[in-house]
Design a protein around this ligand. Structure first.
Ligand SMILES: Cc1ncc(COP(=O)(O)O)c(C=O)c1O
Length: 356
């Protein structure tokens, strides 16, 4: 069977050529063949701080407030090693990117799921977190623009998070890889723009989605210096940094021409519109998303997430993700990604339509 996967958010378009060219040149430089620094090239850390300054007007010290990562997933998994001891609680969005929960479990901690519900615009209800849970929690993960729901957060919500984290002495880990994948004039705010956010948290980011570099494994975390130091200490016992040639290509990604970002926005928007119009024709309720490469769609009446995903795989040969895979509150939804070529997406949607 010719299976089409709408399962994983992995862009098919290549990394922009000027970034690849730097990797080729730097891979030929023997100086780059030795162990990199645990804490990344100072020039890459400066480029990250410069990008944040340009994009959000925020200042970060490249030496103490920025840490390169072997892809943001790596840091997201390891921050639990730094902050969660056996029996400690981490507050996890439900549904959410699975690594928040698995990193917590691997560190011996317990996840408290914060339901993201349509009626709350897929934002967690902080007032609904019991006081005894909040007092035992060490870490809170958040992610806007959100995977899997594609929801976005307001500056006002981030201010409430800062207040909650201060009152309960919780480290906030905001995961922000989709900051640039936005549509219809929407601009995503950084958590670190909220007043006081740097006192309580960090933001994870990545070159993966912004520049179609998922395979390169390069990202970063920035924000609170103590948290950066703690995560850096854990990592220095686990990995040995990122290939310097890749970091040098990363500098050019952040500082070079940025037109590929706008090109990708057009591509994803076109695919998003195709999904919206197809779903509407099928009578399925759907709103155009403002950000991310995901569409979060209700399953037809009477179906479960897993049952519908299985039916679509068996009958249509299309992989879609059951919402329940991202946490119990994902039940009743499926997630599809926009990271396949237009013609494959169209064929996948036609095939899904024929199963209904
Ligand atoms: C919400 C979220 N966070 C983090 C990641 C990991 O990205 P990276 O390639 O930087 O490890 C992903 C990848 O899909 C993601 O969706």
């Amino acid at each position: 069977m010719d299976v089409i996967s709408l399962g994983i958010g992995d862009p098919v378009e290549p990394t922009p050529q000027h970034i690849i060219d730097v990797l080729i040149k730097e891979a030929n430089n023997a100086e780059n063949h030795r162990y990199p620094s645990y804490f990344g090239l100072p020039s890459f850390r400066k480029a990250i701080a410069g990008w944040y300054k340009g994009r959000f007007g925020l200042d970060f010290d490249p030496d103490t407030e920025v840490l390169p990562l072997v892809g943001s997933k790596e840091g997201i998994a390891h921050i639990s090693v730094a902050y969660v001891d056996p029996g400690d609680i981490a507050l996890i969005p439900d549904p959410g990117y699975p690594v928040y929960n698995s990193g917590t479990i691997l560190a011996g901690g317990k996840s408290y799921f914060m339901p993201l519900l349509a009626e709350n615009n897929f934002l967690p209800d902080l007032d609904a977190i019991p006081a005894d849970i909040a007092s035992k929690a060490k870490l809170m993960f958040l992610n806007y623009p959100n995977n899997p729901t594609s929801a976005t957060a307001t500056a006002d919500f981030f201010e409430k998070v800062v207040d909650f984290a201060k009152r309960n002495d919780i480290v906030v880990a905001h995961d922000f890889p989709y900051s640039e994948i936005t549509f219809d004039g929407y601009t995503a705010p950084s958590f670190l723009e909220a007043p006081g956010a740097k006192d309580v948290g960090v933001e994870f980011h990545s070159l993966s989605k912004t520049y179609n570099m998922t395979g390169w494994r390069i990202g970063w975390v920035l924000g609170n210096a103590e948290v950066i130091e703690a995560l850096g200490r854990v990592k220095s016992n686990i990995d040995s940094g990122i290939f310097n040639a890749i970091q040098k290509a990363g500098i050019v990604a952040l500082q070079g021409p940025q037109d590929s970002i706008e090109d990708m926005r057009h591509i994803y928007k076109r695919r998003r519109d195709l999904v919206v119009s197809t779903m509407k024709e099928l009578g399925i309720e759907i709103e155009p998303t403002k950000a991310t490469v995901f569409m979060w769609i209700k399953v037809p009446e009477g179906q479960t997430s897993q049952g519908f995903a299985k039916l679509v795989l068996e009958k249509a040969g299309v992989v879609i993700s059951p919402g329940s895979a991202y946490g119990p509150s994902g039940e009743g939804y499926i997630r599809i990604t926009l990271t396949v070529p237009d013609d494959r997406l169209k064929e996948a949607l036609d095939r899904i339509a024929s199963t209904l």
